[in-house]
Design a protein around this ligand. Structure first.
Ligand SMILES: C[S@@+](CC[C@H](N)C(=O)[O-])C[C@H]1O[C@@H](n2cnc3c(N)ncnc32)[C@H](O)[C@@H]1O
Length: 273
């Protein structure tokens, strides 16, 4: 997908869905936001830029960390998601713009993101632009997904769905999309090309609560987020039902008293301008 395609995608039904189900999606993605905070260590008084901020979950955490003397700016291409973010974090500033070519000045201590930097069609050019947003002593710190096979929350439902869905587009490991930063060598080379130094890439492994019960978890994987949900939109009623049943059967053993939990595998990445 080109950047223009991404603008259409995140301003269409997908952006509306993220805005409508913000509470549900954020409950599931919460561990990733907390991981970024622990990794990026935002300080009181700092100026923070949240790239691909979406509905503002990380912006909200950053806002609490930088306090009244600090400032958080969220930037995103999705109008419906930003509308939710503005209501949710009234003290932050939100900009509707494309991170790849927005005219940043070097005013931020921290450029950060929770899953918002994997969708650029020319990542090195885009990250070079983000580098221009940093003060000389600032830092980049973000979280992104490792590969789908390492992420049980993706691979388990998708394997269950696969017999019931038509062949999907071939997965391009470096093309724009959810898993474009899965390869750490690609991240390092791309950030070096963008002019970053002191690049650090750490694993973050954990568990994600897909839903408080099986119904919610199946709904998350087949209707809300991820490759199975994306494949579902083209199916007829019978195939949708078959996928839903297969995913339910696969997720059932993951149910605990605290919800249906699946493994997640991410990279935490930091660099200096
Ligand atoms: C997976 S969502 C993550 C949203 C949010 N960070 C969160 O964790 O809830 C990816 C976000 O990146 C945004 N995005 C994609 N391409 C972008 C670009 N070129 N510039 C700014 N935002 C972009 C999308 O609109 C979307 O909000």
């Amino acid at each position: 997908m080109s950047n223009d395609d991404q603008v259409a995608y995140w301003n269409g039904p997908v952006g509306d869905k993220w805005a409508k189900y913000q509470d549900r999606i954020d409950a599931t993605l919460a561990p990733l936001g907390h991981a970024v905070i622990a990794f990026a260590k935002p300080q009181p008084g700092e100026s923070v830029l949240d790239i691909g901020c979406g509905t503002g979950a990380l912006s909200e955490l950053m806002e609490a960390a930088v306090g009244e003397d600090g400032m958080v700016t969220g930037l995103d291409i999705s109008d419906p998601m930003l509308q939710t973010a503005r209501q949710r974090v009234p003290d932050a500033r939100f900009i509707l713009a494309d991170a790849t070519d927005y005219g940043f000045g070097p005013v931020y201590d921290l450029v950060t993101s929770r899953l918002g930097v994997m969708f650029f069609d020319a990542p090195a050019t885009a990250f070079a632009n983000l580098r221009r947003a940093l003060k000389p002593d600032g830092r980049l710190a973000f979280i992104c997904w490792r590969g789908p096979k390492e992420n049980d929350w993706v691979s388990l439902p998708y394997a269950a769905a696969k017999p019931h869905i038509p062949p999907q587009p071939t997965f391009d490991p470096t093309g724009p999309g959810q898993f474009s930063l899965a390869d750490p060598d690609h991240i390092r080379g791309m950030l070096e090309q963008a002019g970053f130094k002191d690049i650090r890439i750490e694993k973050f492994d954990g568990m994600m609560v897909l839903g408080k019960d099986l119904d919610e978890a199946v709904n998350y994987c087949t209707r809300l987020v991820g490759p199975t949900a994306r494949a579902m939109k083209d199916l007829d009623v019978g195939a949708r039902e078959a996928v839903t049943n297969a995913v339910r059967e696969t997720l059932a053993p993951l149910a605990t008293a605290d919800g249906v939990k699946a493994g997640i595998a991410c990279w935490l990445v930091s660099a200096k301008p």
